[in-house]
Design a protein around this ligand. Structure first.
Ligand code: MN
Length: 326
């Protein structure tokens, strides 16, 4: 649960900003997912309706995942090098720590007021006011509470953004973070008339044909190590390989959702190679291993069942570090 009074303090801060017509910058984490972008766009629209001067952004690089460009308001996102000077308030959404805010981090630190809204248990609580609830299935659930507190009624525009984040972070309501309140919120969102089937299709069941080739490459070289921890399955793919299949870098993200189905391994790992030689590592647990602890020990963070970190070592050394941590 979020600390008692956290929601009230966050609503008070946002209400004051709206009433003053303040300049507010909102940002999710680097390489934003549906929860980060859905949270940013929904709260930005809500604050705009309440009278604030709002800029929605996300940290560099300013490349929107193809699966999220259709979100309402995405076309109004501003790159982080074109933010208004001296914003009155900066809001961080779904970023587990300051590093995940990338080049927006210094903007938040310099602002006279800041609000951190997040559901990662590992969040250390940066910012002036924090609304951090590890029991929230997604950051969008906290944003729904904030919109309620601001007196902004949910309509289909807001609900589309919120539903995208809720469906993504719960794996379409399959993961253990799904609670009765998750379904209550989903019911409220569906009541606005959103086309939830279309949203899910765009999020989960849509990729260029080349993705099948990339999937084949990545799964074809997957390695099973039954004796590492409670079992480890891992593979790798690079941004360059994605490019060979005509795909953007974000198409590497969904690979782990296939790899983690290997029943012999409690932990699944996909190492995604960037152009600069670094590896962005996704970790998933089938339940017996706390991968957020593994990720934190290697400089990252996340949730018990899904976490990640960035490695500047080579592939073999990075996998060796994961083995040692497990
Ligand atoms: Mn999230």
């Amino acid at each position: 649960m979020a600390p008692v009074g956290a929601l009230e303090a966050a609503v008070a801060l946002l209400t004051r900003a709206a009433d003053d017509g303040a300049t507010v910058v909102l940002s999710g984490h680097v390489q934003p997912d549906a929860d980060a972008l859905g949270s940013t766009l929904a709260l930005a629209e809500g604050l705009r309706r309440r009278g604030a001067r709002v800029t929605a952004t996300f940290p560099a690089p300013f490349v929107l995942p193809a699966s999220l460009g259709w979100l309402p308001g995405a076309d109004a996102l501003v790159s982080s090098d074109r933010l208004p000077a001296d914003p009155d308030l900066v809001v961080s959404l779904d970023a587990a720590d300051l590093r995940r805010l990338g080049d927006v981090g210094p903007v938040l630190l310099a602002a006279p007021a800041s609000l951190v809204v997040d559901h990662h248990a590992s969040n250390p609580g940066f910012g002036h006011v924090t609304l951090i609830d590890p029991d929230a299935a997604a950051t969008v659930a906290l944003v729904a509470d904030l919109l309620d507190g601001l007196g902004v009624p949910l309509d289909a525009t807001l609900a589309t953004c919120l539903y995208a984040g809720l469906a993504a972070d719960t794996g379409s309501f399959r993961f253990g973070n799904t609670a009765p309140g998750t379904h209550h919120l989903a019911a409220r969102l569906l009541d606005t008339g959103i086309d939830h089937a279309r949203i899910s299709q765009r999020l989960f069941d849509t990729a260029p044909f080349g993705w099948l080739g990339l999937l084949s490459t990545a799964t074809g070289r997957a390695v099973l190590e039954p004796d590492t921890g409670a079992g480890l399955v891992w593979t790798w793919a690079t941004v360059a390989e994605a490019g060979e299949h005509g795909l953007a870098a974000d198409q590497l993200e969904a690979l782990v959702d296939v790899v983690r189905s290997a029943q012999e391994a409690d932990v699944a790992c996909v190492l995604k190679g960037a152009a600069d030689g670094s590896w962005s590592v996704s970790l998933r647990s089938r339940g017996g291993t706390d991968v957020s602890a593994v990720a934190q020990s290697l400089g990252g963070g996340g949730h018990r069942m899904a976490a990640g970190f960035t490695s500047h070592r080579d592939l073999e050394e990075t996998v060796a570090a994961i083995r040692a941590a497990l």
